[in-house]
Write a protein that binds this ligand. Structure first.
Ligand code: OTD
Ligand code: ZN
Ligand code: ZN
Length: 346
C-alpha cells in the first residue's frame, strides 16, 4: 500500500544560493519544492546594506526558471559598521526579514562578521524595537575552544548575555547541532526559535570520520556525537513550534570540497523533503512534518502558511537522486544520506 502525506508547501528558513552561475544552477533545486527561503547574505562581498539586499533579490528573481514561483526572503549581514537606520528602512519596506550575525571567522565568508559584540548594540536595540529577528551562527571562534564545544560555549558566553541585555529581541539559533542548544531553546520563551538542518538529523561525526575522511559530510557547525543527533531528532519531531527547517544547503564545487583545505557545506536542496519524510517516518512522527517544514517557520516569522500543498509518497522500491548537479563552475555533489530512501515528492 502506498503511504502518502500531504503538507502545506514547505519553506526553507536558512539557505545559501550564492550568486552568478552557481545561483542559476542551484536555485531551481530549491524552487522546485520550496515556496520561500531565508537567503543567507554571506556572498563575497557580503550583503550588508538594504540596497545590496535589494540588488541581490533582483538577481535571484532574474535567475528563476520561467513559470516558477519562489519568494526570496532577504537578510542583511551584520557588521560592526551596520547602520541601525538602514536596517530599519530595509525592514519597513518589507525587503528584509532578518539580520544575520556571524562571529568573525566562524564559517564560510564570515570575515566581515562581528568581533566586538558591544559595537552592534545599537542595531540589536533597534531590531528589538521593530521586531526584526536576529539569525545567529552560534559558534565562538576563540582558538582555544575546541571546535566540538563552540556552539555550547556561544550560548553561555554570547547568546544568553545578548538576549538578557536586549529584552524583546527575537532570535533564531541557526542550524543547531547539540542537545545543549535544543535544551536552551525549550527553556526559553517564544522569542527564541531554532532551525535544524536535514543533514544534522542524519549524520553524526562518525559518518564524517570513520573509515576515511568524507569531505561531503564536512559542514559548519561540524556534526557532533550521536547523542546530539538524537536530541535534534527529538526536537524536530516533537511538534514544539520553536523548531523549524533551515536546510543550510551550501553548495561548493567538488574541487573546492575535495581539497587539502576543503570548504564546509552540505548540498541538500535537491533531496531534503524525501530525506525529511524518511527521518520523520523512522521516528513515527510523519504527522509532525507539516509543523517542522511548513508551519512553525511562518509562525515565528509572522508570515502566512503557504496555501498550496506538497504530497510525498512512499514507494515500494528505493528512489534515486542525482549524485551531482553540473554547474559552469564545476560539479556540486548532492548530499548522500548513506541509506535507501523510499519517499518522493509526487
Ligand atoms: N555552513 N557552509 C556554509 C555556511 C554554513 O554556517 C553556515 O551557515 C557556506 O558554505 O556558506 C557551512 O558548512
Ligand atoms: Zn552558519
Ligand atoms: Zn548557512
Amino acid at each position: 500500500m502506498t503511504v502518502q502525506l500531504t503538507i502545506p508547501r514547505p519553506d526553507d528558513w536558512h539557505l545559501h544560493l550564492r550568486d552568478g552561475a552557481m545561483l542559476r544552477a542551484v536555485l531551481p533545486e530549491t524552487a522546485r519544492d520550496f515556496a520561500r527561503a531565508i537567503i543567507m547574505p554571506n556572498l563575497v562581498p557580503p550583503v550588508v546594506t538594504g540596497d545590496q539586499a535589494s540588488a541581490y533579490r533582483d538577481r535571484i528573481l532574474a535567475a528563476l526558471p520561467d513559470g516558477t514561483t519562489f519568494e526570496p526572503l532577504m537578510t542583511l549581514y551584520l557588521t560592526e559598521d551596520t547602520d541601525p537606520a538602514d536596517v530599519a528602512a530595509a525592514h519597513a519596506s518589507g525587503l528584509v526579514k532578518a539580520v544575520k550575525l556571524y562571529p568573525a571567522g566562524a564559517t564560510t565568508n564570515s570575515a566581515s562578521g562581528v568581533s566586538d559584540f558591544n559595537k552592534v548594540r545599537p542595531v540589536l536595540e533597534k531590531m528589538a524595537e521593530i521586531g526584526l529577528p536576529l539569525c545567529t551562527h552560534g559558534e565562538v571562534t576563540d582558538s582555544d575552544i575546541d571546535i566540538f564545544d563552540r556552539e555550547a560555549v556561544f550560548i553561555d558566553q554570547v547568546l544568553d548575555p545578548i538576549r538578557k541585555a536586549t529584552p524583546g529581541l527575537r532570535v533564531v539559533m541557526e542550524h543547531i547541532t547539540t542537545k545543549d542548544a535544543a535544551a536552551y531553546v525549550t527553556s526559553q520563551d517564544s522569542d527564541l526559535g531554532a532551525t535544524i538542518t536535514t543533514h544534522h538529523l542524519i549524520i553524526n561525526r562518525n559518518h564524517m570520520l570513520v573509515g576515511g575522511i568524507r569531505p561531503h559530510y564536512y559542514c559548519l557547525p561540524v556534526a557532533k556525537r550521536e547523542e546530539h543527533r538524537l536530541a535534534l531528532r527529538a526536537a524536530a519531531t516533537s511538534g514544539d513550534k520553536r523548531f523549524f527547517l533551515g536546510t543550510d544547503s551550501a553548495p561548493h564545487t567538488d574541487p573546492n570540497k575535495l581539497n587539502t583545505c576543503g570548504c564546509a557545506g552540505c548540498f541538500t536542496a535537491p533531496n531534503t523533503m524525501p530525506l525529511l519524510a524518511h527521518v520523520f517516518d523512522e521516528n513515527d512522527a510523519l504527522e509532525k512534518l507539516a509543523g517542522f517544514a511548513s508551519e512553525n517557520g511562518p509562525a515565528f516569522y509572522r508570515l502566512p502558511v503557504n496555501t498550496d500543498t506538497m504530497t510525498l509518497a512512499k514507494q515500494d522500491t528505493a528512489v534515486s537522486f542525482p549524485d551531482k548537479i553540473d554547474t559552469p563552475d564545476g560539479p556540486v555533489t548532492v548530499f548522500d544520506p548513506g541509506f535507501d530512501v523510499f519517499w518522493k515528492v509526487t
